[in-house]
Design a protein around this ligand. Structure first.
Ligand SMILES: Nc1ncnc2c1ncn2[C@@H]1O[C@H](COP(=O)(O)OP(=O)(O)OP(=O)(O)O)[C@@H](O)[C@H]1O
Ligand SMILES: Nc1ncnc2c1ncn2[C@@H]1O[C@H](COP(=O)(O)OP(=O)(O)OP(=O)(O)O)[C@@H](O)[C@H]1O
Ligand SMILES: [Mg+2]
Ligand SMILES: [Mg+2]
Lengths: 253, 253
């Protein structure tokens, strides 16, 4: 049975995709068979691994809306042990199309039944909203990894996210729990960061990872080369932080 | 007749809220009667102006879903000439609730009929998605101001955003046009910025504002004090950039 982790936060631009790609790559580097699933219509996780979403004909859209077999859509990424279930722009209309389907929140969960046991980890990147695509992911997963930017607005939406996790746990997925809370884009020179960090550590207590991800330009450059940061610049602070984080995730098993 | 401008981009964290708040404040400073409307369930524009979304009883949700009069919901902000039509967390369920209503895309437009002529400018902050809330805003507005972060992923979603604008123009709002494209969080030390900037200028040509917004920590600190940056730190590079930008917007009339 694989560990299935959703990377979610409805606040935009907090590092969900960056975390999903780089944790997946670090897991693969450790020899864990890993599937990264992109459920964001922007398809950033797909392009961040070097695939052009416009060239992707069959995507997660065809799996959850049309019922296509996931195995027929999965791509092999550059790294050994890393596969990708890509997104493409067909996904834009998915939430409206799914709204009237039976068991609309569980379509992802049932579509992964045939392939889940081939992997040790399944990591799912979410869009910046709490709509049907994120609900599908929260219903399919064991846990949620929550990236939080060290900025003021980051604190605002946490209450809503926790309410949604509880709603899903009570109605759709009783095993759903918080995998961990990750502080991202930490800039040691910014005073505000420290205020946000201490509030997050008070709010979430032991669920906050010891590893925080520093603001590191290599992390924002890597996707333009279609590579995870450990392949783009192995000695960067971003690569080291994601390796440390991944060790924490594996150790928490 | 006021000028109604949507601030939209489905990519998360690109500076939509920061732009909506600070352009509104700079317009008010120039003596323009300005209404800022927050249509994002995260209610960041509401808290960024110093209002606690949990204390806001009546919000844009009650206006567009329940049909309450906008005039009864509008708040007076700290600055003269600046009003806010706030959001609160009721808005989370709005898109699903509105999906089955008649003329669901035009509810915002019709709810503003009674109050629009009291203002010179109406600025509307959008959530990071292209769902019904953003469609309502694009249907109600004259034009769209598109903030773009100087990062690789910023380019990915532009095609979708333009397609959506064209769809709205063809089916719901024939006058909709691009007000301008704004480069945000520009960091002169980052090489990648220059590549993204030149691609954006090639793609949008004259629609890109001469003013770019630099990465400036004062912009991310200001919302924690509930103030626009011109009230929080008037001499900061962020305050100056938004003043320059607002002059460009007014000059384009
Ligand atoms: N630690 C970091 N240091 C510097 N830049 C970063 C870091 N993490 C992410 N970025 C950059 O910040 C931007 C936002 O990150 P990312 O796209 O991963 O966030 P997201 O939460 O997935 O956004 P969305 O809400 O749009 O899905 C991207 O351009 C990314 O390259
Ligand atoms: N020019 C800037 N310099 C530094 N920080 C900035 C700048 N513009 C915005 N920020 C900060 O970056 C974060 C993202 O900005 P903001 O919330 O305005 O983006 P958004 O597009 O509205 O996000 P969302 O997609 O979640 O609605 C915020 O914490 C904000 O304070
Ligand atoms: Mg993302
Ligand atoms: Mg915003």
């Amino acid at each position: 049975m694989p560990k299935m982790i959703a990377v979610a936060n409805q606040k935009g631009g907090v590092g969900k995709t960056t975390t999903a790609i780089n944790v997946s790559a670090c897991l693969a580097e450790l020899g864990k068979k890993t599937l990264l699933i992109d459920t964001d219509p922007q398809a950033n996780a797909t392009s961040g691994l070097g695939f052009d979403p416009k060239q992707v004909e069959k995507s997660i859209y065809h799996v959850i809306v049309d019922g296509m077999a996931a195995a027929d859509v999965i791509l092999t990424a550059e790294m050994e042990y890393l596969n990708l279930l890509p997104a493409n722009h067909d996904l834009i209309g998915a939430e409206v199309e799914m709204a009237s389907l039976i068991a609309r929140e569980s379509r992802l969960k049932s579509s992964l039944k045939d392939i889940r046991d081939r992997y040790d980890y399944i990591i799912i990147d979410c869009p910046p909203s709490l709509g049907l695509l994120t609900l599908n992911t929260l219903t399919a997963c064991d846990s949620v990894l929550i990236p939080i930017q060290c900025e003021y607005y980051a604190l605002e939406g946490l209450g809503q996210l926790l309410k949604t996790i509880i709603l899903v746990r009570d109605n759709l997925n009783p095993k759903l729990e918080i995998e961990g809370v990750l502080l991202t884009m930490q800039d040691r020179r910014v005073k505000l960061s420290y205020r946000v960090i201490s509030e997050v550590r008070n709010f979430f207590k032991g669920e906050v990872y010891k590893t925080a991800i520093p603001r590191n330009v290599r992390l924002s450059e890597a996707p333009s080369f279609g590579k995870p940061v450990i392949l783009y610049d192995n000695s960067s602070s971003g690569a080291q932080a994601y390796r440390e984080l991944t060790k924490e995730i594996v150790a928490n098993e």
